[in-house]
Design a protein around this ligand. Structure first.
Ligand code: GSH
Length: 225
């Protein structure tokens, strides 16, 4: 199997299924598509039915959409606990994954994932406060219920869905409860996440549209390289 992904430093959607595959030791290769540069959209569109990454290639099957990829993996590898094993936990894990897929618009807009950066104080807290409260409440309920360190005890697809959001909290030093802070630490301590992070830190490419100094107008596009 092959997973087509975007720049590791910035591509939140790519990180999610990659973490699932690496953590659950599913054999795969990956291929990185830059999300900037000449003809980048055409290059991805030539390989992706949606023109977006990630895409999972399994023989002649190309599966786009992160949730669909994770569900395909869970069906193809039923012996791996990609979703929690108890039905009630699975229901809550899928609800959390769906909420992440469709929600948290302010954090996405105002605090883009940028693994190699550290930008404390640059995000206007008023713009993200509602999302922060919601994610703290959700993580808090699930972590208290499971006892941690992950949302359902052991690492599952629900945690993969939230890993990019966890990195935003750290990159922008956003204020959260101790419980949420410990969850962010658990994500960073996961060996599969560390593997992704060390590859991301060595990427040379800069995507202006995902750099907060460019988004907020401090630096002109094209001057960060
Ligand atoms: N709904 C898609 C979203 C995928 C997505 O937006 N991927 C970004 C990279 S993180 C992308 O390919 N952007 C290229 C574009 O929007 O043209 C999923 O769940 O996988």
């Amino acid at each position: 199997m092959k997973l087509l992904i975007g720049n590791r430093n910035y591509s939140t959607w790519s990180l999610r299924p990659w973490l699932v595959m690496r953590h659950f030791e599913i054999p795969f290769e990956d291929e990185v598509f830059q999300l900037s540069g000449p003809d980048w959209r055409e290059k991805i569109a030539a390989r992706s039915p949606t023109g977006k990454v990630p895409v999972l290639i399994d023989g002649d099957l190309a599966v786009p959409e992160t949730i669909a990829i994770i569900e395909y993996l869970a069906e193809r590898f039923p012996d791996k606990a990609i979703w929690p094993s108890a039905s009630r936990d699975r229901a809550l894990a899928r609800a959390a994954a769906a909420e992440m897929h469709a929600g948290f618009p302010a954090l996405r807009q105002h605090a883009p994932m940028n693994l190699r950066a550290s930008h404390p104080g640059k995000v206007d807290l008023d713009s993200v406060r509602r999302d922060l409260h919601r994610v703290e409440a959700l993580w808090g309920d699930l972590l208290e219920r499971s006892g941690g360190p992950f949302l359902f005890g052991g690492f599952s697809a629900a945690d993969a869905m939230f890993a990019p959001l966890a990195t935003r909290l750290r990159t922008y030093d956003l204020p959260v409860s101790d419980l949420a802070g410990r969850y962010v630490e658990a994500i960073y301590a996961l060996p599969a996440f560390q593997d992704w992070l060390s590859l991301a830190l060595h990427e040379p490419w800069i995507v202006d549209d995902d750099e907060i100094d460019v988004i907020q107008g401090r630096i002109a596009p094209g001057t960060l390289a």
